[in-house]
Design a binder for this molecule. Sequence first.
Ligand SMILES: Nc1ncnc2c1ncn2[C@@H]1O[C@H](COP(=O)(O)OP(=O)(O)O)[C@@H](O)[C@H]1O
Ligand SMILES: [Mg+2]
Length: 241
Amino acid sequence: MAAENERHGLAQARPIPVVRLAGIEKSYRAGRINFIALEDIDLEITRGEFVALCGQSGSGKSTLLNLVGGIDHPTSGSVHFLGQELASMGDTDLSRLRAREIGFIFQFFNLLPVMSVFDNVAYPLMLLGKAKSQARHDVFAMLERVGLRDHWQKRPAELSGGQQQRVAIARALVKKPTLIVADEPTGNLDSETGLSILDLMKEINAESSTTLLVSTHSEFVKDRASRVVELKDGRVIHDSK
Ligand SMILES: Nc1ncnc2c1ncn2[C@@H]1O[C@H](COP(=O)(O)OP(=O)(O)O)[C@@H](O)[C@H]1O
Ligand SMILES: [Mg+2]
């Protein structure tokens, strides 16, 4: 059938991957020493996937997430996000793309301590210039979704670690990004709380087909992910795809 289509010039258009890493190397120079943090990375992530990125500490997980999120650039190779090469974009366009399309979740939550839960979640929408009334509606809907509506006036420090991570999830999701990049989101939580966070992420992945790329040490993530990619010494040594 594929050959048939091709002959008639009807080659099936493949959906554009959310992320495409091709021939990636990332090295860090420390004095005269060149340290290779990632090499030979070729990876495509398609819409709706829940990818667990595994590997020991130092294997290159955060480095890879930073490249995908446009926070850092590769030494060689290319990073495409929805078909656009990040290195070819100017700073303004790259910032705009990140603000619209990518939600970040971190190990230590990274909430703004002087702002309320509501304002933390509203912040990305303010940056995008969303109208206040619409933003208010979206923030409350998201807080409801993560089970924290009643806590909207609190400061992050008044919440447990698990609750703070739920706020961070709400903040990452409120703008309905194409991709969520989460760097060891359960790394600072006890295992039971970590599990409930992962279940929440899995539910969100299923109901909104938001693409998730989650780095982790935890076996629980692997159980919930649709795909497991394992790094060792900066290389992909296993990809369950
Ligand atoms: N900014 C940096 N400068 C120099 N070396 C770095 C830098 N960031 C990371 N590295 C090194 O790159 C390797 C991979 O780090 P990282 O991506 O943080 O791994 P992981 O997240 O899997 O623990 C490590 O050996 C680390 O020391
Ligand atoms: Mg890391």
